[in-house]
Design a protein around this ligand. Structure first.
Ligand SMILES: *[C@@H]1O[C@H](CO)[C@@H](O)[C@H](O)[C@H]1NC(C)=O
Ligand SMILES: *[C@@H]1O[C@H](CO)[C@@H](O)[C@H](O)[C@H]1NC(C)=O
Ligand SMILES: [Mn+2]
Length: 598
């Protein structure tokens, strides 16, 4: 498939910052309790994972390839127009025109509770057919008969009953019975009633047919993702474990390619490829395979495969991946030997990056397997969204402390936290550090050089954070309107748009820092005339020979090396202060955090 190769190249560029404002606005609407900038930042990132998958698909205009399934039989009889009760609800954007007012109310209420269309899910057959979205080469592959057995672990928190039933049904129907040891349901303290008795009744019916096939582990309080997954692993007895979300449906022959791969090498940890299930119509949309990766916030991103994979010219072949998102398949004992997951991770985020780094450094590897596909609902909102940012930052710092060696400060830089005394408790890391010793894991530098060279070095950053003029400390340098190329002075809020970086070469980035070599930061420039400073793609600005190098030391002037002019502030005719370039008058600037004295 030639498209895949092209997409691979394009996807590299996809790493998203453009959706930031859109999703920010949306998240604000979704959760009014969240107000702090870090919270919004995290939510933005949370949404970004799913946005990215979506974007990858959209980027290549998969419209033609979209495999749609008619989920509801539309009656063609003419009806009197029903009043739309929720014109602004995402649920009704492209669904539900036929519903009565009562039905709309019920559907909207359930949508609010779960973030997807439970009303529709309840009406669809539990064993509905989904389209085969695999590459055509997958269908003709032959797998050995004697594959390892598999335990499937479904983790959930307040999932709709019909969604879980469908996940279970699809796993039973689409996994060879002699290979499926069990399905383990891990309920991380759901509160909805129908996941108690009604679910148990459903389990009872299946177990009557196949005794012991479905097991349930229910936590008495919320353990968080890592611990919930560990408890599933502990309950498992199959040779291989698949740890999945519960809002999924597996595709035909999803297990065989994974099990065959582990049969040849038990140290490979695998990820299937997701398809998107729309939260409103529950239609399945095909996604092309991509590898899993992360940025210096240790937040997940999708990327293209390595060049070698594209050279194979066979998109059905597994490919190496630097990281793994939540869903994983591994040899049960091997996963145990390398320490399953870090129990010290709280709530959400980071635990998958920790696993990925550990797998690679301690004797294993990670692959994405295109012939194994899983349809996964992309929720409009998460029903559980307390303060996730704290957990995200904490978990990222914890991973950094255990695994990142001399690179650990990059996580602080990416989150704009002080290098020392950040006041965040990352828990006890002694045991995990001992594990690293015991397993004789390689240094992180090896991972950067051999597994993930696209992750860029931040070695040359000397200072970072908000950049303030000593005369007006309420104001910060800000990237200004986007799109646009004029940095401005703006009331300090410490969002990413005000994150500045001064590097060893004398460049000043404004508006955040990029983590990958395929991206470019935006550099402060002096256009040479006029008083308005510029903000341009650093790589391009360098090529064009723009004046992007500045002399700056903490609490001193910012002076352009080429033009000798200074970045200063001045009161305009409107009496506001503006960011200007002019002959130096001795104004001084202070950057929030200093890495090396400069
Ligand atoms: C779904 O289940 C019903 C009832 O067991 C059965 O009659 C039907 O053939 C199944 N459909 C598919 C697509 O397997
Ligand atoms: C800027 O810093 C220099 C050197 O530290 C100092 O002499 C000067 O007074 C400062 N300028 C202002 C406006 O405070
Ligand atoms: Mn999910």
């Amino acid at each position: 498939m030639r498209i895949a190769t092209r997409v691979g190249v394009l996807v590299i560029g996809v790493i998203v910052y453009s959706l930031v404002y859109m999703s920010l606005r949306q998240e604000k609407v979704n959760d009014k309790r969240l107000q702090k900038p870090e919270d919004l930042e995290v939510l933005r990132r949370l949404k970004r994972i799913e946005d990215q998958v979506y974007k990858i698909a959209k980027f290549i205009d998969v419209k033609n390839q979209q495999v749609k399934e008619p989920v509801v039989e539309q009656k063609m009889t003419k009806k009197i127009e029903v009043k739309k009760l929720y014109p602004k609800s995402p649920l009704f954007r492209s669904w539900g025109a036929e519903l009565t007012e009562e039905e709309q109310m019920e559907a909207e209420r359930q949508f609010q509770d779960y973030g997807y269309n439970v009303f529709l899910s309840n009406k669809l057959p539990v064993n509905r057919t989904i389209p085969d979205t695999r590459d055509h080469r997958c269908a003709v592959k032959i797998y050995p008969k004697d594959l390892p057995s598999i335990s499937v672990i479904l983790i959930y928190l307040n999932e709709a009953l019909s969604i879980i039933k469908r996940a279970i049904r699809s796993i039973i129907d689409k996994t060879p019975a002699h290979l499926l040891t069990e399905i383990i349901l891990v309920d991380d303290y759901s509160l909805n009633e129908d996941l108690q008795l009604p679910l148990d009744e459903f389990i009872g019916l299946i177990n009557k047919d196949k005794p012991g096939l479905i097991k349930k582990v229910r936590h008495k309080r919320q353990m968080g993702l890592a611990k919930a997954r560990i408890s599933g692993w502990e309950a498992a007895t199959g040779q291989v474990v698949a740890i999945l979300d519960a809002h999924i449906e597996v595709h035909k022959e999803w297990a065989e390619p994974l099990l065959a791969r582990i049969k040849t090498d038990r140290t490979i940890v695998l990820s299937p490829v997701f398809d998107k299930v729309c939260f409103d119509t529950l239609e399945v949309v095909k996604y092309i395979p991509a590898v899993h990766a992360f940025d210096w916030n240790l937040w997940c991103v999708y990327e293209s495969f390595r060049p070698e994979w594209y050279k194979l010219n066979d998109p059905s072949e597994p490919g190496k991946s630097p990281s793994i998102m939540g869903i994983l398949v591994a040899d049960r004992q091997f996963l145990g030997e390398i320490g399953i997951l870090d129990e010290g991770m709280t709530i959400y985020g980071g635990e998958n990056v920790e696993l990925a780094i550990r797998v690679w450094l301690c004797g294993g590897s990670i692959e994405v397997v295109p012939c194994s596909k899983i349809a996964h609902i992309e929720r409009a909102h998460k029903p559980y969204s307390p303060d996730l940012s704290k957990a995200m930052i904490r978990n990222a710092l914890r991973v950094a402390e255990i695994w990142l060696d001399e690179y650990k400060s990059y996580v602080n830089i990416a989150w704009n936290l002080p290098l020392k005394d950040h006041g965040i408790d990352i828990g006890d890391v002694t045991e995990r550090k001992q594990l690293r010793e015991k397993l004789k894991c390689k240094p992180f530098k090896w991972y950067l050089e051999n597994v993930y060279p696209r992750l860029d070095s931040l070695e040359d950053i000397m200072g970072y954070g908000a950049l303030k003029n000593d005369l007006q400390e309420r104001y910060c340098i800000d990237q200004g309107p986007v799109p646009g190329s004029v940095p401005i002075l703006y009331g300090c809020h410490y969002y990413k748009s005000q994150h500045c970086y001064y590097n060893h070469n004398g460049e000043i980035y404004i508006g955040g820092i990029k983590s990958h070599t395929y991206n470019s930061n935006r550099c402060l420039t002096d256009p040479g005339s006029g008083s308005t400073p510029g903000l341009h793609d650093c790589k391009k600005a360098k090529e064009k020979g723009l004046s992007i190098y500045w002399d700056f030391t903490q609490a001193n002037a910012i002076r352009n090396r080429n033009t000798n002019r200074c970045l200063e502030i001045g009161q305009g005719q409107d009496s506001y202060y503006h960011l200007i370039l002019q002959t130096c008058t001795g104004q001084n600037w202070t950057i929030q955090h200093v890495i090396k004295d400069f």
